[in-house]
Design a protein around this ligand. Sequence first.
Ligand code: GUN
Length: 297
Amino acid sequence: MTAEIISGTALRATMLAELHDEVTTIRSRHGCVPGLVTILVGSNPASVSYVSLKIKTANSLGFHEIQDNQPEDITEAELLALIDRYNNDPSIHGILVQLPLPRHIDATKVLYAISPEKDVDGFHPVNLGRLLIGGKAVNFLPCTPAGIQELIVRSGTETSGAEVVVVGRSNIVGKPIAVMMGQKGKGGNATVTLVHTGSRELGAHCRRADILIVAAGVPGLVKPDWIKPGATVIDVGVNRVGFNEETSKPILSGDVDFEAARQVAGKITPVPGGVGPMTITMLMKNTIRSAWLHLRP
Ligand code: GUN
């Protein structure tokens, strides 16, 4: 039996329709239009492409969207001043600085300068601290982990009591999703193991997983015999393994050997079309949440 495909593309469509309704509600009830600024420094092609998709999605939801493109040679001080301006702009609820930044700018300093109340990426230490505390303390979940949890829950995979193995310990994906899956509440309550490049017996850990989340950035790392039959497999890897001359687009591959894995897994996300489409969707969700939070007295 082959695995059920968990489609991020389909879930994105469902969630964007839900978010569109929420924008209508907040506008009609409170006269509030969610505002998002995307700050892009320079013209890295991948960043240009990501940012244009974020802008297109924000516009499709009826957001107030500011596209703030800055030259490659902007100084760190100028960028910090720009962020300060948006921190104090009441029409803006979310500030997104696209990464990576040029080498002469300290990205950590820039991300920490964004007001935690407008940090819709969920990268600020205040928001990561709130995530660690959990429950009502949570402000903004980082977008990729939030998308992963949404895919798991809406695919009907039971998380309570499940063995979850997370491969990879990045601040953006591995560490936050491991915490989120272990928290009390919906989509959590799992027993979590976090494995990484320093772990012995990677395969043995993965084989125990009812839910295997792989965010290692190594194409084809997870072999079919690392997967427990019937497990739910979430592949976060987006590896460029070639270039398609006909479509002029990169050829993408995940961290899981997809064709082999789908013969063993119960449910699996494809690459592309799995986790990827969820990240921008959750950014939009965070921006609307921020707009609601800003309405509070
Ligand atoms: N660059 C690649 N992914 C992301 C993301 O999720 N947020 C930001 N700000 N930059 C990125």
